[in-house]
Design a protein around this ligand. Structure first.
Ligand code: ATP
Ligand code: MG
Length: 301
């Protein structure tokens, strides 16, 4: 924060140019997870109540709350330094920005769907058909790669009703569970793009901003890493310890503490969630008992 003296107005606080400006979706499917990510990184921000901008009181960052479609352009132009947006919107925008990291939330797919009663035998179905979508570029790429000529009918929303009102023969739209397609009498037939939220950055950040970005990335990595791992505690008879710990690689190696009951130990370790489910039967067979699995908030190597 810079304090500038202005003789007519007295002291004015001006937002420092060193702050990282981060654009996030104002309201929608990316908003809650974007805000939670920064909060889990210990970065306070106020959102909601029609707010368009918020300065963090405890990190050199200010947040802009925008429509997701506008975020790639703001980041490319340098109005924002960073942004969180779905890969679908990013690719469709054709903007030139750095994709800094995938964030693991807002996972969805862009799919082609046809009326439920249509006979579908492959992508040739779409030849010379009229396809409604909000993603003309991504759809155009897919059609080109598959040598299919079709008409792309661009509409900005409610794509899934296009076939039932005679506007199109098929749709190309975002799907997560598929229930919206089903309730509109459509079936998903081709997945053309898989998407998740990504952190994007302007390509010409100042050195000062890169330093703040490094601090932010350190925190985001610790939060994302922790989401995939669990802290595991279990009891095991001492004569089975070697076998039990062979299933628990841990960050370095497991911690082993004696239990009050003679001949038994408590084993603590960190495991990737997938590894846990793969190894749980083996651990029990090796003599592990009283297994507790606890979420980890942050993980720093
Ligand atoms: P805005 O008003 O900001 O333009 P929008 O209506 O265009 O918002 P949302 O529906 O909030 O967009 O979706 C934002 C992004 O979230 C999408 O671009 C996509 O990446 C992802 N997304 C969309 N639908 C789903 C879904 N059902 N599940 C998970 N992620 C989704
Ligand atoms: Mg949008």
């Amino acid at each position: 924060m810079r304090i500038i003296y202005n003789s007519s107005l007295g002291y004015n606080k001006m937002s420092s140019s060193e702050n990282l400006r981060i654009a996030i979706q104002k309201s929608g499917r990316l908003s809650d997870d974007s805000i939670s990510l920064f909060k889990e990184c210990g970065i306070r921000l106020e959102a909601g109540k029609g707010r368009l901008k918020s300065d963090s009181p405890n990190f050199k960052a200010e947040f802009l709350f925008l429509r997701d479609d506008d975020i790639p352009g703001y980041v490319e132009d340098g109005v924002a330094d960073l942004g969180i947006v779905g890969e679908n919107v990013l690719v469709e925008s054709s903007r030139t920005v750095d994709v800094i990291m995938k964030l693991g939330f807002s996972k969805c797919r862009l799919s082609l769907a046809v009326p439920r009663e249509a006979v579908y035998n492959g992508a040739d179905f779409f030849r010379n058909k009229n396809i409604a979508t909000s993603y003309p570029k991504l759809l155009g790429n897919y059609l080109k790669e598959n040598n299919i000529t079709a008409q792309i009918h661009e509409i900005s929303g409610s794509v899934e009703i296009a076939p039932s009102i005679g506007l199109a023969d098929a749709v190309c739209d975002i799907v997560s569970s598929g229930s919206t397609l089903l309730s509109n009498g459509l079936k998903e037939v081709e997945v053309i793009f898989k998407s998740e939220a990504v952190l994007i950055g302007n390509q010409h950040l100042s050195e000062q901003k890169k330093v703040i970005l490094d601090k932010l990335l350190f925190r985001i990595n610790a939060v994302l890493k922790a989401q995939n791992y669990k802290y595991i505690l279990l009891n095991a008879p001492n004569d089975k310890l070697q076998e039990v710990i062979s299933f628990l690689p841990g960050m370095k190696s497991p911690t082993i503490m004696p239990l009050a009951e003679e001949g038994w130990s408590s084993v603590h370790s960190v495991l990737e969630e997938n590894e846990f489910w793969e190894n749980i039967e083996a651990l029990r067979a090796a003599g592990a008992q009283g297994i507790l699995v606890i979420p980890i908030e942050k993980m720093i190597y």
